[in-house]
Design a protein around this ligand. Structure first.
Ligand SMILES: Nc1nc2c(ncn2[C@@H]2O[C@H](COP(=O)(O)OP(=O)(O)OP(=O)(O)O)[C@@H](O)[C@H]2O)c(=O)[nH]1
Ligand SMILES: [Mg+2]
Length: 365
């Protein structure tokens, strides 16, 4: 039986996991290897799944709970991806607010499925937009200490840390993050890279080619703190049908929506972790993102088309109440609809705060 290499790419909400996974998949495809991807979320209707499929990738989805709490679904999804032809590599993206993934996903995979899957290293991306606040001088805070706890635990369990988005960091910012990572996690290899422009990409792929680090023990995680930190995040997903008598530019519409929703959430103590909108027609897709409060909304996938109708999906993870996010989305739909002469119909609305993590398996520390 063929052994499948299983890779998981960690990192906080908006760190660049989906971007990295797409780039890795293209890299392996170019080497003649077949790749299957697995996305994951606490909710349904995932922008990432649509975005990766629109780029032609073979994607399985584990919705409704994170990998650690839904381990059996992860295994089933990976198995179903191999139904027609077994991929050489499976790359999985866990939920960006999860931690303790080595003890609850990687080690159980090894123990239960080690004959069929060759586990790769657990590489965690450092999100600089929040890393600078959390690892910096402590003055510019975004999240509460309990949510920051998750950010730091994610890095602590990494086999290697990739400080991502180096293309948008000044030399000083790079140095600051580098020194903080070295001081806080002296034993974990780290590199700077950009999943977007490919800076240090060879080093990134070399990391993923390594075997996992031999571990003496698992990290310690206080599940009470973890649960409170995760529940600080309001989770909101919905679908929108956009229709107009005249053609509208799809890229501009999704960008406008993200900017306007972000503007509506610009309140003290209300930090955006990741707000993303995908707009799709039969053949094209556009994705807009905002990864921190006060940041700049940007297009991560451009469609370059105009259309009279599109299906949109909004995924928002924000340190705010689910009601606040829902109101901001509804108001933004009204405002952007008026500006662009587009009629929006909202459906499949899901909003909640994540429940306390309850892993299916956890190997003892
Ligand atoms: N400038 C820059 N932007 C990046 C880079 N990597 C990712 N991004 C952008 O960061 C945003 C979030 O990227 P994603 O890949 O969706 O992040 P993610 O970690 O998958 O986010 P979640 O699934 O919500 O946890 C998008 O706008 C990306 O274009 C990078 O290396 N440089
Ligand atoms: Mg993602």
């Amino acid at each position: 039986m063929k052994t499948v290499r299983f890779l998981m790419v960690g990192g906080f909400l908006g760190a660049g996991k989906t971007t990295t996974i797409a780039k890795l998949a293209s890299h392996y495809n170019a080497q003649g290897k077949s790749v299957a991807l697995v996305t994951n979320d606490q909710a349904y209707d995932l922008v990432d799944t649509h975005a990766l499929r629109s780029q032609g990738f073979n994607v399985g989805e584990v919705p409704g709970a994170c990998f650690c709490c839904n381990f059996d679904d992860l295994v089933q999804t990976v198995e179903s991806l191999s139904d027609s032809s077994v991929p050489d590599i499976v790359i999985a993206e866990p939920v960006g607010s999860c931690t303790d993934l080595v003890a609850t996903v990687i080690e159980p995979m090894k123990a239960l499925l080690g004959k069929r899957f060759e586990l790769g290293p657990f590489i965690v991306l450092l999100k600089p937009e929040h890393g600078q606040k959390i690892l910096g001088d402590g003055k510019r805070r975004g999240f509460s200490p309990k949510a920051e706890y998750i950010f730091l635990k994610q890095l602590e369990e990494a086999d290697a840390i990739v400080i991502n988005k180096v293309d948008k960091l000044s030399e000083d910012q790079q140095t600051m993050l580098w020194k903080s990572v070295r001081a806080k996690f002296p034993d974990i290899p780290a590199i700077h890279a950009s999943a977007k422009d490919g800076t240090n990409w060879e080093q990134v792929t070399a990391l993923f080619d390594q075997p996992p680090r031999a571990r003496q023990s698992m990290i310690e995680v206080d599940y009470e703190t973890y649960a409170i930190g995760e529940a600080e995040m309001g989770w909101f997903n919905c679908k929108l049908k956009a229709q107009s008598k005249q053609k509208f530019a799809l890229d501009q519409l999704v960008l406008n929506l993200v900017e306007t929703i972000g503007g509506g959430l610009n309140a003290p103590g209300c930090e955006i972790a990741h707000l993303k909108v995908i707009g799709q027609t039969m053949h094209d897709a556009a994705v807009a993102n905002l990864v921190n409060s006060g940041g700049i909304s940007e297009l991560s996938l451009a469609s370059e088309i105009s259309t009279k109708s599109a299906e949109l999906v909004v995924n928002a993870r924000v340190a705010a109440s689910p009601m606040q996010i829902e109101r901001a989305v509804e108001q933004a739909a009204g405002k952007v609809g008026n500006q662009c002469q587009v009629d929006f119909q909202i459906s499949s609305l899901q909003s909640f705060r994540p429940a306390k993590p309850n892993p299916t398996h956890r190997v003892p520390g």
